[in-house]
Design a protein around this ligand. Sequence first.
Ligand code: ATP
Ligand code: MG
Length: 287
Amino acid sequence: MSKIITIWGSPNSGKTTLAIKLVNRLSKNNNVLMLSTDIIAPPIGSLLPYIKEEIKSLGKLLEMVTLTQEDILKNLITLKNNKNLAFLGYRQGENYKTYAEYTVDRANELIVNLSHLADYLIIDTSSIILSDILAQASLKLADEVIRLCGSDLKAISYFKSTIPLLADKSYNLSSHIKIIAKINDIEPKSIITNHYGNIFCDLPSTKEIQSQYREGFLLNSLVEKQSQRYNQSLNKLTTKITGEIEQSKKMKREKVKLAKPDKVVEKVKNALKLPKFIKKKEQDDYE
Ligand SMILES: Nc1ncnc2c1ncn2[C@@H]1O[C@H](COP(=O)(O)OP(=O)(O)OP(=O)(O)O)[C@@H](O)[C@H]1O
Ligand SMILES: [Mg+2]
């Protein structure tokens, strides 16, 4: 069972960017899976343009009558030069009408099954939470939720409107890791920090990230001096995330029904050339 980290926050605050930076960092020593629930602007194919999406899509898994591990593996996007990392998301051009509606149970089932495939499951959500069943489940099942708080008035307005929608205690709002995003010299940092309260760290705005984003190189390290603080915050966050999983949270996920183990999984793993990425599945997981 891996650790589930969900990234949620205000629109355009750098959630997907942070998710990619985080999975890249964690994949140096672990198997990592990044799930993007964003169907408004599916990010994987656009931000990592050299990745081949082929016919793979998260939507297929959500609408299937029965979810098998074979189907999950078939829809994971892998990289040639980093076997520790895989991606799952909607494809470019898909939208909320492409697939049939799915249930909360299916969303839970998929997340728990994905969490068995890697050491870390990092989930990138869009800011529109209410209509996104998978994002809601991701917030509830996460061991840690990173709340990315944009440093402008629009972000403050977003949280004022959205926090009341997440009042149910299963969202664990008070335990979110709050990070201020895209801090620059123009924004009054101390006022923003006071407004959000209890901030874990901040991520500065840097031109290096903007150009990596534009050119499809977000999986590269940040090397310029201007990005030093971003790297420091990323290190701090990584250290927190790699800490112990709270037992109570683990038990919460274990209650969710798991898909049956698939006999052909070994064959599929070989066919997909994923030997390093996929962890050995334990029979206990299904009992
Ligand atoms: N630290 C940063 N410094 C400068 N620009 C950044 C930073 N992080 C993200 N950006 C820029 O902000 C824009 C949005 O980034 P990103 O797509 O990661 O945000 P998001 O929160 O995932 O957006 P959405 O709400 O649409 O899902 C991009 O142009 C990206 O280059
Ligand atoms: Mg995004």
